[in-house]
Design a protein around this ligand. Structure first.
Ligand code: URP
Ligand code: ZN
Ligand code: ZN
Length: 464
């Protein structure tokens, strides 16, 4: 199958140009002006007035994550389908090592969830809950299998938490095997004390979650893990960074030339502590780190402009309001942590970032596709519009407006954090490895089309 996309404005991290793109099978075969007259194609799509961008890459999702006595609701089928509607053609999800179990068992379980179900391509990071001699040795095997990153937590004591010694040992290991440590950096031990005090003082509503998880404790943990990485002489990537104090720690490390990297998420750019304030409705916005006061948002946008933040991913982790978030009625500590978002990331950032005049369209492509591809060992197969790259392409209308709503979204969750918000910019045609999976609001893909992306290691030290 050969598809010719004519006259679109190709937007990449490097620049924009009007040209045609020929897709042959699963890859991009040619890019240039006037290809229509010279090359035969089975289908021609006129992209005049629209962008042609590399498909979005969301490197932080949690399909079916077990959390707080329940499971994140999207499966690999529903979650990747929603991703496709939103112009995201690759996700990297977190496989989970349970306490007392091996990395292998966790990874095999995630392969089983995804294989035959995903509609777009997917990779895995590994959550390490138990650092010991065996799991450290397994890290090397996973790197060789294309799963080269490991998330550890200074948060969630008793669940995913690791102490500094365990984190340091894992960092030393990735220093030798070329992998990357991803850190959830909040001081969970101190936060649990404050949360208990908050409940004892009678604050049991969701706002307590936001009040107890001090931003300074995100800053402290972020600085600590960066310094542990410095001592171990390895790169480190901070996930879902939400607070000014944490950004300052990353900025300072980068100014010193350290290979420290970080992502933020749409919820920290567009939502705030106020959203947690509306009685139990606020549970819809409970995630960790929590939503912050609005002044943090301005700093995060600055961080994106100046490249102190390199990536925006979603931390997509959806729980229904009814039946799941409700587990925490009367005690905010029991609300499952996480928000839906995989479908809306590209449009929210186009609307708030590009249309809002905060970032260029090229930077939009960079933070949502190209930089994650580079940092997570997929470039230039993904994250590029280039001859030889996978034909993961989106024909994007920068002018079309749509209203975000749970009534029309495709994520399997009963609410939207952005209910009623109008965004400018939408994906018209979404192609995954040469196959059109979404066209004008209709799903044309297939369950099982998505393939596991065996990722390489990246030279992070040279990306600093
Ligand atoms: O609240 C969140 N972020 N839930 C998902 C798990 C995690 O920490 O990433
Ligand atoms: Zn986390
Ligand atoms: Zn997460």
């Amino acid at each position: 199958m050969r598809t010719l996309i004519t006259n679109g404005t190709i937007v990449t991290a490097e620049g924009s140009t009007v040209a045609d793109v020929l897709v042959d099978g699963e890859t991009i075969a040619a890019i240039g002006a006037g290809l229509a007259g010279t090359l035969g194609a089975d289908e021609t799509i006129d992209a005049t007035g629209r962008y042609v961008i590399p498909g979005g890459i969301d490197v932080h999702t949690h399909m079916e994550l077990p959390f707080g006595g329940t499971f994140a609701k999207d499966t690999f089928e529903t979650g990747t389908r929603a991703a496709a509607f939103g112009g995201t053609t690759t996700i990297v999800d977190f496989a989970v090592q349970s306490r007392g179990r091996s990395l292998r068992e966790g990874l095999d379980a995630w392969h089983a969830k995804a294989e035959g179900n995903a509609v777009v391509d997917y990779g895995f990071h590994m959550i390490m809950s138990d650092v010991n001699d065996q799991s450290l040795a397994e890290m090397d095997t996973l790197v060789a299998e294309g799963v080269p990153d490991f998330k550890l937590f200074t948060a969630y004591p008793g669940v995913f938490f690791s102490d500094d010694g365990a984190i340091f040992r894992a960092m030393q290991r990735t220093g030798r095997n070329g992998g990357l440590i991803m850190m959830h950096a909040e001081n969970g031990l101190a936060i649990d004390v404050i949360a208990a005090d908050t409940v004892a003082a009678g604050v049991t509503d969701p706002i307590g979650h936001g009040l107890a998880r001090y931003s300074v404790l995100e800053g402290e943990a972020t600085n600590r893990v960066i310094r542990l990485a410095e001592a171990a002489k390895v790169p480190v990537y901070i996930v879902h960074l939400s607070a000014r104090e944490a950004l300052n720690a990353v900025r300072q490390a980068r100014d010193e030339g350290l290979p420290a990297f970080a992502e933020t998420c749409p919820q920290y750019l567009f939502l705030s502590l106020d959203d947690l304030s509306n009685g139990f409705e606020g549970s819809k916005f409970v995630c960790s780190p929590p939503l912050r006061t609005e002044d943090h948002q301005r700093e995060l946008w600055k961080g994106l402009v100046k490249d102190d933040l390199q990536v925006v991913s979603t931390d997509h982790c959806p729980f229904d309001f009814h039946g799941q978030k409700e587990l925490g009625r009367g005690d905010f500590r029991k609300i499952p942590n996480g928000l839906p978002g995989v479908e809306d990331r590209m449009d929210l950032l186009h609307d708030g970032g590009v249309v809002g005049g905060r970032i260029t369209r090229e930077r939009w492509v960079e933070i949502t596709s190209t930089a994650p591809a580079k940092l997570f060992g997929m470039y230039p197969r993904k994250g590029a519009v280039a001859v030889g790259s996978d034909a993961d392409l989106v024909i994007y209308d920068p002018n079309r407006k749509r209203v975000i709503s749970a009534r029309t979204h495709h994520m399997d969750v009963d609410y939207s954090c952005y209910e009623g918000r109008t965004v400018q910019g939408a994906s018209d045609v979404v192609m995954s490895r040469g196959t059109v999976v979404v066209r004008d609001g209709t799903f044309t893909g297939r369950k099982g089309h998505g393939q596991f992306v065996r990722r390489g290691t990246a030279d992070h030290a040279r990306m600093a």
